[in-house]
Ligand binder design. Structure first.
Ligand code: GLC
Length: 548
C-alpha cells in the first residue's frame, strides 16, 4: 500500500518558547524557527510539529488556549506564521500544529462569557454542574493531582470540570455546537497550509457520564468514564467526514490509557491516523505513582516497544518530548555519551512508524543538574510537590529530588543549545523565560557540526540511511532478542533484510547468529566481534543471501 507523506518523513518537535529567540526578548519565536529551518532541512527533517503557538496565558505553556485562531504575540504575528509555512514549503518540510481541544484556557472568551452570564449559550460549552457549598459534583480526580472540579468564580455551589490544571476548563462534547467550533478551527489552519495536527490528550475528550467513580479507586477517579469512550469515536468520525476527508492531512493522537486493541480501533475507525503510546516510558518510573523511580530496564523498554511494533498500526515513535526527561539521562549513560546517544538514535530511526525527534535530542542534551523547585516553571511539578508533601513521609529535599528525577518537564524545556555564546545562542543575552542549561558551554550544535564523529552527525547519517532504504520505512519488523543487554530485530521488504543489533547496556555482551552479515552502519568504527560486543554498540547489518 502506498504510504502517506507523514509516514515517509522524519519528524522533529519544536517547543517554540525555547527554540530560537530572534528578537532577544527571552522567548523563542516564529522568526527564530524560520531562521533554523535550513538547519532542520540539513539534518534530514521532513515534518515539524509545533507545540502550541496560540494566544494563551501560558499557565500550562500554551496547552491552555485562549484564542485558537490567533498567534501568541510573544511568538510573533500571523504574518510570521504565513512566512514560516512559505519557507517550510520551499524546503519541502510539512508543518503540524498542536490541537488542544479537550479543554480551553479559563481566559478563553467562551469561558469568560459562560461565567459572566448564566444564560449565555457558552455556558453549555463547558462541563458546569451544581454541587454544594462544600462538595464537588462528583469524586473525580484531576490528572495533574488534586480534584477535577473548581467552583465558578462568583458561585457558591456551581463547579466546572478540569481534568488538568484549574486554568484548563474541559469542553462539553455533548454540545454539538462545540464540535462545530472545533471543525471550524481545524479548517481555518488547514486552509492556511498546515499539514496535520498532533491532538493533545485526545482520547479523553468525551465524558460519557458524570457519575461518581468507586470511592475505593485510589488514583485517577473518573478515568473509566472519559478515556476511549464511544462518544469520542463519534466526534472524531464527524470531524473526519466533514473536514479532514476534504484535505490531504492526518491526525496524530497523544493517547495514554490504551492497549493494542484500542490502538487498532483508533486506526480502523479512522479516529486517528497514528498516535503516541505511553507504555515504554514506564521503564524507569512507576506507572501509578510516577515520582517513584525504578531501576531502568532496557528489556522492559524494548518489550513495550515491540508490543506496539508487532501490532497492525502505524506508530508515531518517540523517546523524548516536552513532557519527558532527556533520554540519555534516562536510558543511556553520561560516561558513554556518544555510544548511548547513538544507540538511542539507531533505535528510533530503525523502528517501523514515523520517528519523532525532540529539539536538542539530536545533540544529546542531558537533564539539567541545576534544576531546583524555585527555578521550575512547570505547573504540574508544583501541583505534584504540594500533593506529595501531604501524602508522603519524606523530607522536603527528598521529595524535590524525586520529582526532579522523574517528572520535572522543565529538563526538556530549557533553551535549545546552538553554540557556546551566552544562553547557548538561543538569543543575544536577555534572560530566557526559563534559565539556560549550562551544558551549552561544552555541548552545542555548532561544536557538533564541526566534529565529524559527533552525535549530531550520526543522526544526520542514520536519517539519510533511513531515507535511502525503503526497507526501514516500509518494511515489516520481526524481533529476535529482547534482553537487558542484546536487543535485535529484522526489517524486511521484498527479499531484502536488515538486522538491527543493539547492546543496550554499559557492559560487554555476546551475540550469536548463523547468518551471513555485512555491516552497513554502526556507532563504533572498529569491527565488533560478536563474542565481545562493547557497551552501547548499535549497528545495522544487511543479511546476505547464499552466494552473496
Ligand atoms: C498533554 C501535553 C502536556 C499538557 C497536557 C494538558 O499531555 O503534552 O504538555 O500539560 O496535555 O494539556
Amino acid at each position: 500500500m502506498e504510504l502517506k507523506e507523514f509516514q515517509k518523513r522524519v519528524a522533529y518537535q519544536i517547543y517554540p518558547s525555547s527554540f530560537k529567540d530572534s528578537n532577544n526578548d527571552g522567548w523563542g519565536d516564529l522568526k527564530g524557527i524560520i531562521s533554523k529551518l535550513d538547519y532542520l532541512k540539513d539534518l534530514g527533517i521532513g515534518l515539524i510539529w509545533l507545540s502550541p503557538i496560540y494566544v494563551s496565558p501560558l499557565k500550562d505553556m500554551g496547552y491552555d488556549i485562549a484564542d485558537y485562531k490567533k498567534i501568541n504575540p510573544l511568538f510573533g504575528t500571523m504574518d510570521d506564521f504565513d512566512q514560516l509555512i512559505k519557507k517550510a514549503n520551499e524546503l519541502d518540510i510539512k508543518v503540524v500544529m498542536d490541537l488542544v481541544i479537550n479543554h480551553t484556557s479559563t481566559e478563553h472568551e467562551w469561558f469568560k462569557k459562560a461565567v459572566s452570564d448564566p444564560n449565555s449559550p457558552y455556558r453549555n460549552y463547558y462541563i458546569i454542574q451544581k454541587g454544594s457549598k462544600t462538595k464537588a459534583p462528583n469524586n473525580w480526580d484531576s490528572m495533574f493531582s488534586g480534584k477535577a472540579w473548581k467552583k465558578l468564580p462568583n458561585s457558591d455551589d456551581e463547579y466546572y470540570l478540569h481534568l488538568f490544571c484549574d486554568d484548563q476548563a474541559d469542553l462539553n462534547y455533548h454540545n454539538h455546537q462545540v464540535v462545530e467550533e472545533i471543525k471550524d478551527i481545524i479548517k481555518f489552519w488547514l486552509d492556511k497550509g498546515v499539514y496535520g495536527f498532533r491532538c493533545d490528550v485526545i482520547n479523553c475528550l468525551y465524558k460519557s457520564t458524570l457519575k461518581n467513580d468507586s470511592p475505593f479507586k485510589i488514583l485517577e477517579k473518573g478515568s473509566k468514564y472519559y478515556f476511549n469512550q464511544d462518544g469520542f469515536f463519534k466526534v472524531m468520525k464527524e470531524i473526519r467526514e466533514d473536514v479532514l476527508d476534504k484535505y490531504d492531512t492526518f491526525l496524530l493522537g497523544e493517547t495514554s490509557h490504551i492497549d493494542v486493541k484500542m490502538g487498532e480501533r483508533f486506526i480502523k475507525e479512522r479516529a486517528l491516523d497514528t498516535f503516541f503510546e505511553f507504555d515504554h516510558i514506564y521503564c524507569d518510573k512507576h506507572k501509578l505513582i510516577p515520582i517513584f523511580k525504578k531501576k531502568f530496564s532496557s528489556k522492559y523498554l524494548m518489550k513495550q516497544i515491540a508490543k506496539w511494533q508487532n501490532s497492525n498500526v502505524w506508530m508515531a515513535n518517540y523517546l523524548e518530548n516536552h513532557d519527558q526527561l532527556r533520554s540519555i539521562s534516562r536510558y543511556g549513560s553520561k560516561k558513554y555519551f556518544f555510544e548511548s546517544g547513538s544507540l538511542l538514535a539507531t533505535l528510533l530511526l530503525t523502528l517501523r512508524g514515523t520517528p519523532f525527534i525532540y529539539q536538542g535530542e539530536e545533540i544529546g542534551t542531558l537533564n539539567d543538574e541545576n534544576i531546583t523547585l524555585e527555578n521550575t516553571n512547570d505547573v504540574c511539578v508544583h501541583m505534584a510537590y504540594q500533593k506529595a508533601k501531604k501524602a508522603l513521609p519524606f523530607s522536603d529535599q527528598k521529595i524535590i529530588k524525586m520529582i526532579n528525577e522523574t517528572i520535572n518537564r522543565d529538563h526538556a524545556r530549557k533553551p535549545m543549545m546552538f553554540d557556546d555564546s551566552i544562553n547557548g545562542g538561543f538569543n543575544d543575552g536577555q534572560k530566557p523565560w526559563l534559565d539556560a542549561n549550562n551544558q551549552y558551554k561544552y555541548n552545542n550544535v555548532l561544536k557538533q557540526q564541526n566534529d565529524p564523529h559527533s552525535l549530531l552527525n550520526y543522526y544526520k547519517k542514520i536519517i539519510k540511511f533511513r531515507k535511502d532504504n525503503d526497507v526501514l520505512v516500509e518494511g515489516d519488523i520481526k524481533f529476535e532478542y529482547i534482553t537487558n543487554k542484546i536487543n535485535s530485530y529484522y526489517r524486511l521488504k521484498d527479499g531484502k533484510v536488515y538486522l538491527v543489533l543493539l547492546n543496550f547496556s554499559n557492559k560487554k555482551a555476546k551475540y550469536q547468529t548463523v547468518l551471513k552479515l555485512k555491516r552497513v552502519l554502526a556507532n563504533y568504527e572498529e569491527e565488533m566481534p560478536f563474542d565481545n560486543i562493547k557497551p552501547y554498540y548499535a549497528a545495522i547489518y544487511e543479511v546476505l543471501k547464499e552466494g552473496e
